[in-house]
Design a binder for this molecule. Structure first.
Ligand SMILES: NC(=O)CC[C@H](N)C(=O)O
Length: 374
């Protein structure tokens, strides 16, 4: 079946439908990961976006029930060069096409994703629409132009959990799969704010020895402090951090009271809570092969990333210093407070998908809590 992708700036790509049919729209971004499409599909931070994978073949390893990062698929469209229905993997239980259909996610394949990526890189990430029902280029471009811009959108409030819950699952193990931690293994009480949290962040925290209570985005700081946690964790999530004013105000109440660790949207919200600014990047960084340097150790780690916004470190010069830097585009990849036990990263140390180079950051959070306790 025919499918069309139209961008707001008028560029149109013809392709074939896969996954669900119909019409879907969102901000089109490119992801440079070669594998891990299942984790990409279930990453809540992609809400409101349509993702094109720069790697050419997708679907080869099918879908399995274990590599999910949340309870559902969040992106609104999936754009690939070549979809492979004939999958092969020891854990696979269904095809990517069936998975997208079952979850109502519109896909398009058979288009020149290299040309699309180069276009987004040159002109910037922008809104687009995929359709298997309207084949009129002009009408599609018009619809793409009517979609609200990602800048200014608070999407995290729509993906956070309804009520607090306890998480005990540890990192996946080849022999044992997923297992739960025993109470004796969990030494540090952590309140984790869910702005669209990925499961593997929770697993990394638990495997590092944290007793994790996940709370909704608007959970009052006073109630979190009453739980007497050793540390506060701020999660990743979709959308622009700037309009989340109540959340930013709430985070400010932890500053100077508890160790804080933030990832991605959590890092951006922390930057705003500390009095800094955030900005929208031209096309951001989405992938699992992005080089980052730890400014303390001068070590380079290959990281997983998924962001369109960034913290302006100059605006935080009075309180924070740059702790990690992206070696591709020199964006701020991490910061640490000059005096308080507070740090955050823009990239995703939990990977999923991606290399485990940055897992040490969960250990750093635990060390910080240990020192603060003492
Ligand atoms: N993965 C994330 O937390 C993304 C943060 C934010 N939505 C951005 O695009 O920059």
């Amino acid at each position: 079946m025919r499918a069309i992708l139209a961008l707001a700036d008028g560029r149109v790509f013809e392709g074939k439908s896969f996954g669900a049919g119909g019409e879907a729209s969102g901000e089109v971004v490119f992801n440079t990961a070669m594998t891990g499409y299942q984790e990409v599909l279930t990453d809540p931070s992609y809400k409101g976006q349509m993702v094109t994978m720069t790697y050419t073949q997708m679907g080869n390893t099918g879908i399995n029930p274990e590599d999910i990062e949340s309870k559902q698929l969040y992106l609104s469209g999936f754009i690939v060069k070549e979809y492979h229905d004939c999958y092969s993997n020891w854990r696979a239980t269904m095809s990517l096409d069936a998975y997208l259909k079952e979850n109502g996610v519109v896909g398009i394949q058979g288009l020149d994703t290299r040309a699309l990526t180069r276009h987004l890189r040159d002109k910037g990430a922008q809104n687009g629409i995929i359709s298997t029902v309207d084949f009129d280029h002009e009408s599609l471009v018009k619809k793409a132009r009517a979609i609200p811009s990602m800048a200014g959108l608070d999407l995290a409030s729509g993906v956070t959990c309804d009520k607090p819950y306890h998480w005990t699952e540890k990192l996946w193990d080849l022999e044992e799969g997923y297992t739960a931690a025993t109470a004796g293994e969990l030494k540090y009480k952590v309140v984790a704010y869910d702005f669209g949290i990925k499961y593997n962040i929770l697993r990394c925290l638990v495997s590092a020895g944290c007793d994790v209570t996940v709370v909704p985005a608007t959970f009052p700081a006073e109630e979190a402090l009453a739980m007497n946690p050793d540390g506060i964790f701020l999660s990743n999530g979709p959308g622009d951090p700037e309009p989340m004013t109540a959340v930013i105000e709430n985070i400010r109440k932890f500053v100077g009271k508890k160790p804080i660790f933030g990832i991605c949207l959590g890092h951006q919200l922390l930057g705003l809570a500390l009095g800094g600014k955030t900005m929208k990047l031209k096309f951001g960084n989405h992938g699992s092969n992005l080089p980052v340097m730890d400014q303390d150790t001068r070590k380079v780690e290959i990281t997983a990333q998924n962001h369109g916004f960034s913290v302006d470190i100059e605006s935080l010069g009075h309180v924070c210093e740059l702790a990690h830097e992206n070696l591709n585009d020199q964006t701020v990849e991490g910061m640490k407070h000059k005096e308080l036990p507070i740090f955050s990263v823009q990239h995703h140390p939990e990977a999923s998908p991606g290399p485990h180079d940055s897992h040490y950051l969960f250990g750093r959070f635990v060390e910080l809590m240990e020192r603060y306790k003492a």
